[in-house]
Write a protein that binds this ligand. Structure first.
Ligand SMILES: [Zn+2]
Length: 205
């Protein structure tokens, strides 16, 4: 996986009373290996049960509920995670961001228009646990849902590049050669290797 700017290096995550450091390149493994705790069958959580659990607004209950909900396949889960991502308690926010990442990892088609701003806001959360978890979620929505998170861009002005063969370019910033029609290499006007914004000018065909 590509290098990230220093502010996204490493993510501190509280788990089971301990603090675990997950480097960004392990974020995808992290989401894949997640197992709900407490011996509860997460996918048995219905919308009614989730709504009953959140009524008391108890941060401990909410933190757990949002993780359980993320194991469900139902549409209401995305909305629950989104609403809890701005909760006053940072444990709840952090777990809501984790849950969004978990949904993305399972390739659930999240609503980009509503969810991406939530993730991007959380990336600058004053609480580092929340910000770290949001960065994890951001990497997963980029990798699994093919979104583009602006905060990962390199911040340099857009450069022009001319195709040298049938849509292929050599990135003037990092030197990587790829087809501009390959979304894993080039998306939304960005080199996905170095995150340089590029304006592609058709040249040789
Ligand atoms: Zn590049």
């Amino acid at each position: 996986m590509r290098a990230l700017s220093p502010k996204f290096e490493g993510c501190l995550v509280i788990e089971g009373g301990g603090i675990v450091l997950y480097p960004p390149h392990e974020a995808d493994t992290y989401f894949a290996q997640f197992q709900p705790r407490d011996g509860e069958c997460a996918d048995s959580l219905t919308r009614a049960e989730a709504e009953a659990r959140i009524l008391g607004d108890d941060p401990t209950v909410l933190s757990h509920t949002v993780l359980m909900a993320a194991e469900s396949e139902d549409d209401w889960v995305e909305e629950l995670c989104a609403s809890l991502a701005s909760h006053r308690d940072f444990h709840v926010r952090r777990n809501a961001l984790f849950a969004l990442g978990r949904l993305a990892h399972k390739k659930r088609p999240l609503n980009r228009e509503s969810i991406q701003p939530i993730i991007e806001r959380a990336m600058v959360d004053p609480n580092s646990y929340v910000a770290g978890q949001a960065a994890n979620a951001a990497m997963v929505v980029e990798g699994d849902l093919r979104w583009v998170i602006n905060a990962f861009d390199n911040g340099q002005p857009e450069l022009e590049v001319t195709t040298y063969s049938n849509g292929w370019i050599k990135c003037p910033n990092c030197g990587w050669r790829y087809a501009t029609y390959d979304p894993s290499a080039f998306r939304e006007g960005r080199c996905m290797q170095c995150r340089q914004k590029l304006r592609v000018i058709p040249g040789a065909t």
